[in-house]
Ligand binder design. Structure first.
Ligand code: GLC
Length: 560
């Protein structure tokens, strides 16, 4: 076995059930570098800012940190358009800063997962610029999907695919050829049939593994391989079809070969490095294919993320997720928010069924109550959980950003009809009473998106020590989870009888210790036989004699 350890190895704890691996029950915190902490006062978060806040993350009690892209990039899609996969964008810092960040995280016992964007690069990537220069029919164009157009003069796109950000998935270049971009025109798709593309990404993986990265979150993992011949889809409103079926550009079976090859590379390295799939597939069963034993380790559970606050729906998705992962032996993951969707404190404040791009603040108090309960539920489930920066502060989505400050390319591509992702990307508040609330070093200094005035009251400083705050709930829940072997462990839950609108399940650890989790998703209190000794609650249940009364929209853990 080759040893490639430039940075100090990450800690080696973590065992769950019959399988081992730190990642099986890890709580992984997503840092969105633009919006986490700005060390130099330019209004944009940076790596040095993240490094300086690592003690906060350690104290919060997470196991690992996933960093959204920090690579050299023209920022046409907030860094998901990478111009150089081995360089840090100057606005985020230097490679030296990345090295220092990884080392310091490891010193604190935190692992670092970096974001890898293999489906597409930036139109400013050297390969693409060269391909454009070399002209139609050149060999370098084969690394992308260049095609002649249809129609008498090639004036029509080569096929009918639409971009995820709206409009055709093809852009025509000066010499008349078209290139494929499933996202923005500044994000040309790589041709994954091409050996140079495969080789390049294997080398990029090694670059970051050598630097000490503990793993990769793989962007658009379901998109790399396209159906042979790039066949028409033959359907209008393609965005509505996404997630319902296997598409000619998504979730093609041949994509799994890529991850088998990558897994072999990761396995050469010490220290349990992992691959995490961002794979939007039609079913949890298809998601499970990405985490077969010789492929990736985890996949985001988007079916869970998109489930409404409803006991029956939650139970169905929990059972379905656990059942889908069991045959492949992978842990299930649980996630409520990320940088692409309306924050769950706002989703749960709105009526169900509105999707993940909302413009209405809804009922803040209701949203917070449910968000607290949803966290207590999520952290009780067997498997790994993802926390998106700021959810531990109960941040709402900023639904009233003026259009002129927005930067999300999907907002502009769809003529303002869709794509409100900036609302969940607003820099987070740390301290003080004046914006940017400790996000940057100087009160009154800039932040790349404006923060609402009310965020002074939501800062880390304002919530610290307040037992009723969201932050203290996260801190307590993560501490209890670490000390209680049944929380997060295992591959199944035992459902207990419960009234409509209420979930109750039991988990027993290998050492025989057990707990019960109760969740009341209704808007009224519910009485139950006392499940055990209260460990933690999103809202304090009243316990009187043999009964417990669960407040509306609340969840609790009970030792049994
Ligand atoms: C992923 C990212 C998203 C980005 C897209 C294109 O879905 O999470 O932010 O816009 O890929 O790279």
């Amino acid at each position: 076995m080759t040893q490639h350890l430039a940075a100090p190895a990450a800690p080696t704890t973590g065992t769950t059930g019959t399988h081992t691996g730190w990642w099986r029950d890890a709580v992984i915190y997503q840092v969105y570098p633009r919006s986490f902490a700005d060390s130099n006062g330019d209004g944009m978060g940076d790596l040095e800012g993240i490094r300086s806040r690592l003690p906060y993350l350690k104290e919060l009690g997470v196991d690992a940190v996933w960093l959204s892209p920090f690579y050299a990039s023209p920022q046409a899609d907030a860094g998901y358009d990478v111009a150089d996969y081995r360089a840090i964008d100057p606005m985020f810092g230097t490679l030296h800063d990345a090295d220092a960040l990884i080392r310091e995280a490891h010193g604190l016992g935190l692992r670092i997962i970096v974001d890898l964007v293999p489906n597409h690069c930036s139109d400013q990537h050297d390969w693409f610029k060269q391909a454009l220069r070399e002209g139609a029919g050149s060999r370098l164009r084969e690394r992308f999907h260049f095609r002649p157009g249809k129609g008498e003069n090639g004036e029509l796109p080569p096929n009918d695919w639409e971009s995820i950000f709206g409009g055709p998935a093809w852009t025509r270049v000066e010499d008349g050829e078209w290139y494929l971009h499933l996202f923005a025109p500044e994000q040309p798709d790589f041709n994954w049939e091409h050996p140079a593309v495969q080789d390049e990404f294997r080398s990029i993986l090694r670059f970051w593994l050598d630097l000490g990265a503990d793993g990769f979150r793989v962007d658009v993992a379901h998109g790399l391989v396209k159906a042979p011949g790039l066949p028409d889809l033959g359907a209008k409103d393609q965005l509505k079809l996404l997630g319902n079926d296997v598409m000619p550009f998504f979730d093609q079976d041949a994509v799994h070969e890529v991850y088998r090859a990558w897994r072999r590379i990761l396995d050469e390295y010490e220290g349990d490095r992992i691959l995490v799939a961002e794979a939007w597939t039609p079913t949890v069963e298809r998601t499970a294919l990405y985490v077969r034993p010789d492929e990736m380790h985890q996949a985001f559970n988007f079916q869970y993320l998109t489930t409404d606050w409803d006991a029956a729906a939650l139970r169905e998705v929990i059972d379905g997720s656990l059942a889908a992962m069991r045959p492949v032996g992978a842990p299930t993951t649980w996630v409520l928010s990320n940088h692409d969707v309306t924050r769950h404190a706002t989703r749960f404040a709105n009526p169900p069924g509105l999707g993940t791009q909302l413009r209405e603040p809804g009922d803040r108090e209701l949203g917070l109550r449910r968000a607290r309960a949803a966290t207590v539920l999520m952290l009780a489930l067997p498997g790994s959980a993802y926390v998106y920066q700021g959810e531990e502060l109960g941040l709402p989505d900023v639904t009233d950003l003026p259009d002129e400050v927005r930067q999300d390319p999907s907002f502009f591509r769809a003529a303002g009809q869709d794509g409100f992702r900036d609302g969940c990307r607003v820099p987070i508040p740390w301290s003080g009473t004046e914006a940017p609330y400790g996000f940057g070093p100087v009160a009154g200094g800039p932040s790349w998106l404006p923060q609402p005035d009310a965020w002074a009251g939501l800062s880390v400083e304002a919530q610290t020590g307040d037992p009723a705050s969201m932050l203290e709930l996260y801190r307590s829940a993560l501490a209890v989870r670490r000390s209680h072997p049944a929380l997060g462990a295992g591959e199944s839950v035992d459902w207990l009888p419960s009234p409509a609108g209420v979930l109750a399940f039991r988990r027993t650890a290998a050492d025989g210790s057990a707990f019960v989790c109760t969740v009341n998703t209704t808007g009224a209190p519910v009485r139950l036989p006392l499940p055990g000794r209260l460990l933690l609650a999103s809202a304090e249940p009243a316990t009187d004699g043999p009964d417990a009364e669960l407040p509306a929209d609340s969840a609790a853990w009970w030792a049994v």
